[in-house]
Design a protein around this ligand. Structure first.
Ligand code: BGC
Length: 352
């Protein structure tokens, strides 16, 4: 079922809509047209109680005020960091906004995550909604007039499929992600430390001490706190003295996936309190694990108080700074080609 309602206005007075997609199990996902943002994702827990498992806010103005966290947003044209806020495509250098130290983060402070998208299509049969936005040539500094579509589809087995499509009239960068912060014990339940995670990756990309840019090294996770090849709770690792954890006060690292561009399981996570088990799939080459290390204490949805380590992100994407580094695949989109990518977040219940 698909329902539409108002979700306030952006800073320019444009109205923002929220679309709720629900299925027969009463699992529901709500998406705002501001940033094509997931504002809630809820299902029943093992005690029959509805649990909203993503961090968010009550209306559009809160999202605009707290935009540095990107709660639930569609991020692009390039997710994550670009060193020196510069990149070169076809021998031409392009300058982006230096909004994170001297680097570019999530393409800049006023990009597609913070703008109102058009609700292009809703489909009752597919149980899906498609949002579309136009990003003009050199907007956010990237070449090419680009049309971007993000489709959210909820299946009867509680899988939320997020599909991206983008076309540009010049060679450019295309690297989109969803920036949901999960808390499988409920968005208002606080510290995520006891939740367990498994990541289907044997290698990660270490960061520089400041600036959070990959050094270019590809390092095995084995023997490090980043080894999530078997289920492991975050707790105990957060306060590790391993330099990579110390640099970013927790996890904020990209893991290299082995999917060869096919939709495959990238991670699983579970809360023993609610029994909610997340299966995450993608066709992207990497996944950024971010544990909300820099969330300042502030008010979220329905009076919840959020702070650091209250949510974790599994952002499917290319390796950060890939356009500037030879060790990683560049998210280059040729003029006229269609960028397509899909990520799935599926929820089940464990009998714990
Ligand atoms: C980045 C973090 C950043 C967060 C919020 C994540 O994708 O990896 O470094 O703090 O987004 O902007």
């Amino acid at each position: 079922m698909i329902e539409r309602e108002s979700f306030g206005q952006d800073g320019l007075g444009n109205s923002v809509e929220a679309i709720t997609i629900s299925n027969q199990n009463d699992t529901r996902v709500k998406i705002a047209s501001l940033g094509a943002t997931i504002i809630s994702f809820a299902r029943r827990d093992k005690n029959g109680k509805m649990q909203d498992i993503v961090l968010g806010y009550d209306d559009a103005s809160d999202y605009l005020e707290q935009n540095e966290y990107y709660f639930g947003a569609t991020v692009g044209r390039n997710a994550n960091r670009i060193s020196g806020a510069k990149l070169t495509i076809g021998g031409v250098e392009y300058t982006l906004e230096a909004n994170s130290g001297g680097n570019n983060l999530h393409s800049g402070s006023n990009g597609i995550s913070h703008r109102v998208w058009e609700v292009a299509e809703t489909d009752e049969k597919e149980n899906s909604a498609t949002f579309q936005i136009f990003s003009g040539d050199l907007e956010q500094g990237f070449p090419g007039n680009m049309t971007i579509r993000t489709t959210f589809r909820l299946t009867e087995d509680d899988a939320l499929h997020i599909s991206y499509e983008a076309v540009s009239d010049r060679d450019t960068i295309a690297n989109f992600t969803n920036h949901s912060y999960f808390n499988l014990s409920g968005h208002d339940s606080g510290y995520i430390g006891r939740q367990k995670l498994k990541i289907y990756a044997d290698e990660f990309t270490p960061l520089t001490q400041t600036g959070s840019i990959p050094t270019g090294e590809i390092r095995p996770v084995k023997g490090t706190p980043l080894d999530f090849t078997e289920f492991k709770a975050f707790d105990g690792e957060f306060d590790s003295d391993y330099d990579q954890i110390v640099y970013v006060r927790g996890f904020d690292h990209n893991f290299l996936l082995k999917n060869n561009g096919k939709l495959e399981l990238m991670a699983e996570a579970v809360s023993e309190e609610t029994g909610i088990h997340l299966y995450a799939y993608t066709d992207c080459p990497g996944v950024q694990l971010y544990t909300g290390n820099f969330i300042k204490e502030h008010r979220g949805k329905a009076g919840a108080v959020y702070k650091e380590r209250h949510g974790f992100c599994l952002e499917a994407q290319y390796v950060p700074d890939a356009p500037n580094q030879t060790a990683f695949v560049t998210p280059l989109l040729k003029a006229g080609d269609v960028y397509r990518s899909e990520t799935v977040y599926r929820l089940t219940l464990d009998n714990i």
